[in-house]
Each structure stands twice: as structure tokens, then as C-alpha cells.
Design a binder for this molecule. Structure first.
Ligand code: TYD
Ligand code: MG
Length: 452
């Protein structure tokens, strides 16, 4: 195959140069040049399927009943929005060693067991190494094919022979195309390989899973540069020291986002955690100050987690606000609101906040919980153990309602909580009577009165 012509393009302003440049002569941006193909070679044009039809009236478009392949791993299916959609491109990103290869092997094994021919392409491990892992996971379906290789053109040739329905590429950073001269893993390579694979998947209605390592900034491109290209982006995260892993959907063209699936890493692979709230609350200490349970939403699912705070005298000129699992800026803001509106003086105190279980929460409904636990630690008074709380707090100390109050309360009732602190507004939105004592608060002052 003749080498196709490539060009280096500044990603900031679009300036084109025949060679790589460290700094763009036009916009003066450093390190912005990425290799791209100038024109599509004949060979590629033949391969690329024509997706464009004549325009159709929307009310005349016939759709088949939505087909999804269920894997049987319920946490995984739910995160995807109900199963794997044929012809979709799913990117699974995560830190190296978090368990991406393990997860995908378990997933494709289940799909292969249903008779869907699957090809697992690995650029990182040999076929024997994958087999060894598969043995631990008892994933040895006869429809699961393994291929070790890194050259995209070679891989595509193999696809024609095997005609798999499901393709896995582990990882996208190790596969390269001969048509670009840049190194495997560079932005240009990763993008070009992905778009070629995407055309291939869409054209033949195959589902494609791409694994991508999240990397520190540098020569290797991370999954971020691919997010706009693919249909679904899942991140596999979790604290390395915790056994729990969380699969989170951040983009999904075929389902809701922010959905999470929870897994536990065991000796023989990942196991589903059906009721994560119970696990996150399992090791809660009794009657200590600076601990409260909040009910937050992760996608369509309510989740109860414990938030811990430690407030202690600071020896620093600027006291510390250290957080794990929540945004430190939010904590600084809430500490300021608590000082100004609640009269709790924190200007000479270090504040540490931790969300137990290694989960990250990014939802305003956590505000009331953070304020309660900071106040509890400051006053050294425990919050009643049977209390669950949620609500947003504004700068003037007002407590606001949040969405899905009913679902959040239901989860709390299920786990045996008997008292709930929430905004008055949220109580008004409830349509049914809940089997839990509801205490409405509209400001921080009221909160502090009912808490202690
Ligand atoms: P892996 O799937 O190789 O991670 P990634 O593909 O994201 O880089 O998983 C690596 C870790 O998982 C490794 O530290 C060992 C652990 N592990 C188990 O604890 N149990 C198992 O059954 C397997 C297969 C892996
Ligand atoms: Mg791997």
C-alpha cells in the first residue's frame, strides 16, 4: 500500500505544516501539532461504507424494535442503558490496572456464550496471557476469539475472515495505522484508528468496545480526545486501595448518563454489587461526631453514602480544606456560609472531608450533609445515627429543594433510616406518605437547631 500523504495541523488555529513544529507560527501555541491524513486513499474509500441515504420524512422512518444484547451482568447492562446496542462504539476509560481488561473479558465471555461471535484484539498482552486471565475468570466460550496485534491494517484483514459481531480493542493506545508516521498512542494515531474502526462498526452493525488508559498529559493521548467520536463513554474508577470499582457512564447516545454500576474485585474477577448503599455504610462507626449519611442520586439510582468531617485547630496561616470524593471549592464555600450564617467560626480550623468507600460525588444535594458534618465535628456532637439528609445550600444560608426526593427517601427507608432532614420545598413535592420522619428546614440556623 502506498504511504498516504499526511500533514501536521495546529489543533488550536488549524495552521497546516508539512513537518511537525514545536510552536505554531500563526497562533504561537506550543505543542499543538497533530499528524492528520490529507486525503483518503482509494483503498480506504472502497472500504468506507456509504452511510448517506436520501432524506426521509421523520414520520415515515421505520424503526426495528430496539435490539440490545443483554450481557447478564446487571450492573454493566444498566450502566449501558439496558444492554449492548449493535453498531455502537463504546469507550471504556480508566487508570492502568483498575480492571478494564478483566471487566471486558467477563462481558464478552457472556456475549459469546449467547452465540455472538466475539474478537478480542489485544495490543498489550499475548494470546496466552489473555487465556491465563480467562481461566481465572472461567471465561472460555468457544465463540470468543483472541488476537494479539498492533497494526490496524492487519487487524482489519482478520475481521473479514472471522466476521465477529462484537469487537474489543484493548487498548486503543497500542494500535497504530500504517498511514500515519507518528508513534502509536499519539493524538493523530488514536483519532485516526478510532474513526476507521467506527466506520467499520457502523457499516456492518457490529458493536465495538475500545479500552483507553487515562494518562497524565504527555505524548500519549487519553480517552478524552475520543469522547466526541464514540457513542458511549464509560469510566471505570475506584480507589486503588479499595476493593470496589465503579463503572460510570459520562456520555451515552442510547441511554441515560451518570448511571453507575458497582463491582467488587475478587480473586476470580469482578463481582456485581447489587446493593451498594449497604456496602458503603457497612463499617460506620457508632456515635462519633463528624459523620452523617446522605442520599445522593447516581444516574437513576439513589445511593446512600457516609460523609465524614474532621475539624481541628490549624497551625497554618491559611488553614487547610482537604477533601476526598467532593469538590474542595464547594467545601470552602460551604464552610464560609456556615461561618457567616450559622455563626460557626472556622477561620482558624483545618477541615478534612472524606466520602467513605472511595466514591466521588458531584451533586449539590450533598451540601446539607457537608454542612451538618462540619458542624458536628466542630461542636464535637454526634448526629443521630438513624438520620439521613440531602439538600442544596445557597450563599445566604437558605436550604433548597433537590430533584427526586421520593426516590432518595425510599432508599433510606429500605436501609432502615427513620429520620430525614431535607428542605421544606422537597417535602412539598412528595406525592406519597413516606415511612420516615420528615424534618423540613429552610435555613442553616434551623438546621443547627434541629441537629443538636
Ligand atoms: P486489569 O484488568 O489487567 O487492569 P487494566 O486492564 O485496567 O489495566 O486488572 C488488573 C488488576 O486486577 C490486577 O492488579 C490484578 C487484579 N485482578 C484481581 O484481583 N482478580 C482477578 O481475577 C483478575 C483477573 C485481576
Ligand atoms: Mg489491560
Amino acid at each position: 500500500m502506498a504511504r498516504q500523504k499526511t500533514i501536521f495541523v495546529c489543533q488550536n488555529c488549524g495552521y497546516k505544516a508539512p513537518k511537525w513544529l514545536g510552536r505554531c507560527p500563526d497562533c504561537s501555541m506550543w505543542n499543538s501539532f497533530v499528524e492528520e491524513l490529507t486525503e483518503i486513499g482509494d483503498q480506504d474509500r472502497r472500504r468506507r461504507p456509504h452511510l448517506l441515504d436520501t432524506p426521509q420524512r421523520i414520520d415515515r422512518v421505520a424503526i426495528d424494535k430496539e435490539l440490545r444484547h443483554k450481557t447478564g451482568l446487571r450492573e454493566f447492562d444498566r450502566t449501558l442503558g439496558g444492554g449492548v446496542v449493535p453498531g455502537s462504539l463504546v469507550l471504556i476509560g480508566g487508570d492502568p490496572g483498575i480492571g478494564k481488561s478483566t471487566l471486558i473479558l467477563q462481558v464478552v465471555h457472556r456475549l459469546a456464550q449467547q452465540g455472538l461471535r466475539t474478537l478480542y484484539i489485544s495490543g498489550e498482552e499475548s494470546v496466552q496471557q489473555i487465556k491465563m486471565r480467562a481461566q481465572r475468570l472461567s471465561a472460555d466460550s468457544s465463540e470468543l476469539y483472541l488476537l494479539s496485534g498492533t497494526c490496524l491494517e492487519d487487524v482489519i484483514d482478520r475481521l473479514d475472515e472471522l466476521t465477529p459481531r462484537i469487537i474489543v480493542v484493548d487498548s486503543i493506545q497500542t494500535i497504530f495505522t500504517e498511514s500515519l508516521s507518528s508513534a502509536p498512542g499519539s493524538i493523530g494515531q488514536v483519532r485516526e484508528v478510532t474513526s476507521r474502526l467506527m466506520n467499520l462498526a457502523k457499516g456492518s452493525n457490529r458493536a465495538l468496545f475500545l479500552i483507553g488508559h487515562v494518562t497524565k498529559d504527555g505524548a500519549i493521548a487519553g480517552p478524552k480526545v475520543l469522547e466526541h467520536l464514540v457513542d458511549t463513554v464509560l469510566y471505570f474508577e475506584g480507589d486503588g486501595s479499595h476493593m470496589y470499582r465503579i463503572l460510570r457512564s459520562v456520555k451515552n447516545r442510547y441511554g441515560p448518563t451518570n448511571e453507575i454500576g458497582v463491582f467488587e474485585m475478587m480473586d476470580n474477577g469482578l463481582e456485581e454489587v447489587g446493593n451498594p448503599s449497604r456496602i458503603f455504610l457497612e463499617e460506620r462507626a457508632t456515635d462519633v461526631s463528624g459523620s452523617v449519611v446522605i442520599s445522593c442520586m447516581e444516574g437513576s439510582r439513589p445511593l446512600l453514602v457516609e460523609i465524614q468531617a474532621l475539624v481541628c485547630s490549624s497551625s497554618l496561616a491559611i488553614p487547610r480544606r482537604t477533601t476526598i470524593g467532593v469538590d474542595p471549592n464547594r467545601v470552602s464555600l460551604l464552610a464560609a456560609v456556615l461561618a457567616k450564617r450559622g455563626g460557626v467560626h472556622l477561620s482558624d480550623k483545618d477541615i478534612f472531608i472524606n466520602v467513605a468507600g472511595g466514591i466521588k460525588i458531584d451533586e449539590p444535594a450533598i451540601d446539607l450533609g457537608i454542612i451538618s458534618t462540619i458542624a458536628s465535628s466542630f461542636l464535637n456532637k454526634p448526629i443521630a445515627r438513624n438520620t439521613v439528609t440531602f439538600g442544596e445550600v445557597g450563599l445566604s444560608g437558605e436550604v433548597r429543594g433537590v430533584s427526586q426526593a421520593e426516590l432518595r427517601l425510599k432508599e433510606a427507608v429500605k436501609l432502615g433510616f427513620s429520620r430525614s432532614l431535607l428542605s421544606k420545598k422537597s417535602i412539598q413535592t412528595l406525592k406519597r406518605k413516606m415511612d420516615i420522619e420528615l424534618i423540613g428546614v429552610s435555613s442553616i440556623q434551623e438546621l443547627l437547631e434541629v441537629l443538636f
